[in-house]
Design a protein around this ligand. Structure first.
Ligand SMILES: [Zn+2]
Length: 425
């Protein structure tokens, strides 16, 4: 087997600064856009970031049309509604305002309105056909309102495929927004639990990007076009992910305890973008792969202070509940990189033994989870050992991410990882 010997760094242009949302009219004008679809979800339709965005676009004479029906947990059905709106509207540009779901919905609307095709054509295999996107999309810019998903820098969009009850997505460099507008003003009113979950999601993105299977241990693609967006750990993703881990570890508790701390909030937002560049190129692995069935199989857990008020295991929570067990498991593949992660999180590892690497990193993660109010393991969000078979079954189709685990994880290993995630302290 021929191994990969190349890696790329693909990212969006980034504009960072307090109040920069007001410049979105200029930004889109510069791209030659005259009629723009603004995508957000129902909770944000009347929010300040939307009002500012619409005003800024219209202030430059751009015809801005609001679509505020993006689903907070997008599905193929909710994507199709946005696509129909986009096709009908004949837009020449797109702006997403919100969390990952608004950005993901916007990417899908842009894709299918620009390159119409049967819905399953571009969807990741094995669920869809995974046909490469034939060309560039219309200019899209993303304005995140949670320091959360890093979706503004990635070419990935995730949704629930309802017929199969599976979480899947579309991954293509063409989907990447051309610019991310990172404005700390837009996260000022974020509820504590949302800030905690999205911050931990970012931390896990960065930890997984650093510890993923290295790019040069993946098989080489048959054609450059088939090189995946998630390429495995590489020297570029390493830089961005490292920086993100340090910034989040230093600032997340402050953001959760003092939402008015502009400096800390700005740091976590910027770190989210750094982590997005890290994992958008390096990839994620088991903690993410295992999180999808955890979120998908929620029964009655309602997190405190979450705006929806209905049962949900938020993405960032589902991801970090599995993370300690995952890193205890993957540390054997490369104890050095796991110790390095623990050091970035503020642990003194100068005398640490390699065989303790997994435990030290897991302990640093658990410590941060407790400080920001995470539940104590999968049991605390309603799962028990009787659910493990189904959780494993739901993880196995996620091989786009799980195959980047630095240690192969089959059904037996996954079973054990879920069991070890039931209670964390
Ligand atoms: Zn994530």
């Amino acid at each position: 087997m021929k191994l990969e010997n190349a890696f790329t760094m693909d990212t969006s242009s980034i504009k960072y600064g307090q109040g920069v949302t007001r410049e979105i009219g200029y930004d889109m004008e510069e791209q030659g856009c005259r009629r723009v679809m603004v995508v957000t979800d129902r909770n944000l339709g009347k929010s300040d970031p939307i009002a500012v965005t619409l005003e800024a676009l219209r202030g430059r004479g751009i015809d801005a049309v609001l679509f505020d029906q993006a689903s907070v947990e997008p599905t193929d059905v909710s994507f199709k509604e946005a696509i129909a709106f986009a096709v009908k509207g004949k837009f020449d540009g797109y702006v997403a305002v919100g969390g990952g779901s608004s950005m993901d919905t916007c990417k899908a609307a842009n894709l299918y309105a620009t390159h119409p095709a049967d819905f399953m054509i571009y969807v990741n295999p094995p669920v869809g056909k995974g046909t490469p996107v034939p060309g560039p999309l219309k200019p899209m810019m993303a304005i995140p309102t949670t320091a959360g998903t890093g979706s503004e820098t990635t070419g990935v969009t995730i949704f629930d495929y309802l017929e199969m009850g599976a979480k899947t997505g579309i991954a293509s460099r063409a989907l990447r927004p051309i610019r991310g507008i990172i404005d700390p003003d837009n996260t000022r009113t974020l509820p504590k639990m949302v800030a905690a979950c999205t911050g931990l999601d970012q931390l896990t993105h960065a930890l997984e990007a650093l510890t993923a299977l290295p790019y040069n241990r993946r098989p080489a693609p048959d054609h450059p076009r088939l090189r995946p967006a998630y390429q495995g750990a590489n020297p570029i993703s390493h830089v961005w992910a490292s920086q993100a881990i340090e910034m989040i570890s230093k600032n997340l508790v402050r953001v959760v305890e003092h939402p008015g701390d502009d400096a800390a909030r700005g740091e976590v937002m910027l770190a989210a973008t750094y982590a997005g560049i890290g994992f958008g190129n390096g990839g994620v692995h088991l903690a993410h792969g295992m999180s999808y069935p955890v979120s998908g199989m929620v029964r009655d857990y309602v997190p405190e202070g979450y705006p929806s008020g209905h049962p949900i295991v938020p993405h960032g929570m589902a991801v970090c509940l599995n993370a300690p067990a995952v890193f205890r498991f993957t540390a054997q593949a490369d104890p050095g990189i796991h110790l390095y992660c623990a050091r970035l999180m503020g642990r003194d590892v100068s005398r640490a033994k390699p065989e303790a690497a997994g435990e030290i990193l897991a302990d640093a993660i658990v410590d941060l989870m407790r400080k920001v109010g995470m539940p104590n393991g999968l049991k605390a969000v309603g799962f028990g050992p009787q659910d493990v078979d189904k959780l494993v079954e739901g993880t196995l189709p996620q091989h786009r991410v799980t195959k980047l685990s630095p240690r192969p994880a089959g059904p037996e290993e996954l079973r054990q990882l879920f069991l070890n995630s039931m209670t964390l302290w």
